[in-house]
Every structure is written in structure tokens, then in C-alpha cells.
Design a protein around this ligand. Structure first.
Ligand SMILES: [Zn+2]
Length: 162
């Protein structure tokens, strides 16, 4: 309901400012485009998460709060950091993880694990949305840590002579 009101408000602003006539755009086409854009925030026409009942799919939801994301994070986040990871606000969550100096197993930087996990969560979410045949790997955290290992192997070291 709120989205329809917002869409109608945006449409009326466009029409009242004569933007639609400048570009020869039909009022109904604008309404449809605005409604479609709002309702398909992430590209599949429904603003709600496919996994969680009645929850709007925000960026934070996809990356952290979704039940599917939680199942992955709980295998990766050290026990001492779980409460903070799942309770802070989005901005604080991003900043604190990017600035983290802690390491996890084998001197792997947490910020690398965090960024890789976010990347996988977003890719898997999009692939599930647009590819009906896609199946998420059974051991998602293992897949993520394997990619983190590839990152460290490919990362240039400071002791390489040029
Ligand atoms: Zn969800």
C-alpha cells in the first residue's frame, strides 16, 4: 500500500512538473514504470524475500538477516563476534567489518571472509532468482573459504622481487 502511494506521488510530481509532456510520455506508462521499479527492487517483481515469510528484501536482509544468510554466517563468524554481527545497524555493520583487524583460522583476515561472503550471498541470491535450475552448494561456508584461499594465493606478496 505504501509503495503504491509513493509511486503515485512520484508520478504526480513528474506530471505536475510537465516532465511527462516534455518527453511525450503517457501518464499511465509512468505509473506502470514507477510501480514496477518500486516493486521489483532487486529485479524479480516482488519486494519480499523468497525464503522468509512477509519480510521485505532489503540489502541488509539479503546480506545478513535472511535465514539463508544466517545459516552461512553462523559457520563463519567466531563466537565472540556473533552478537555484534547480527544486531548492529547496516552502516555500522559494513564499516566495522571493513575495518576489522581480527583474523580467523590460518591468519585469514576477517574482512576478506566478510567481503567474500557478502559477494557469494548476493550472487547466490541473484542466481536463485533468475535460474530455476541453480542449487546452492551443500556446504556453503566451505565454498566461501575455498574462494578466500584462492584470493590469498592470487594476492601479491610484499616479498616478491620485481
Ligand atoms: Zn529472507
Amino acid at each position: 500500500m505504501m509503495l503504491k502511494i509513493l509511486g503515485a506521488a512520484i508520478c504526480s510530481i513528474l506530471v505536475s512538473n510537465n516532465i511527462s509532456s516534455m518527453f511525450q510520455i503517457d501518464k499511465r506508462a509512468i505509473k506502470a514504470a514507477v510501480a514496477l521499479r518500486i516493486c521489483s527492487r532487486w529485479g524479480h517483481g516482488d519486494p519480499y524475500c523468497d525464503h522468509c515469510v512477509g519480510i521485505q528484501e532489503t540489502m541488509l536482509h539479503v546480506m545478513r538477516d535472511c535465514s539463508g544468510a544466517y545459516d552461512i554466517w553462523k559457520h563463519l563468524v567466531p563466537l565472540r563476534g556473533r552478537l555484534e554481527l547480527f544486531t548492529c545497524y547496516y552502516h555500522d555493520w559494513v564499516v566495522s567489518n571493513l575495518k576489522a583487524t581480527v583474523t580467523v583460522a590460518d591468519s585469514v583476515e576477517w574482512k576478506v571472509v566478510w567481503a567474500t561472503t557478502c559477494d557469494y550471498l548476493w550472487r547466490w541470491r541473484n542466481t536463485l532468482t533468475f535460474d530455476a535450475n541453480f542449487v546452492i552448494p551443500l556446504h556453503t561456508h566451505t565454498e566461501i573459504m575455498k574462494y578466500v584461499g584462492y584470493y590469498y594465493k592470487a594476492k601479491p606478496t610484499s616479498d616478491v622481487a620485481l
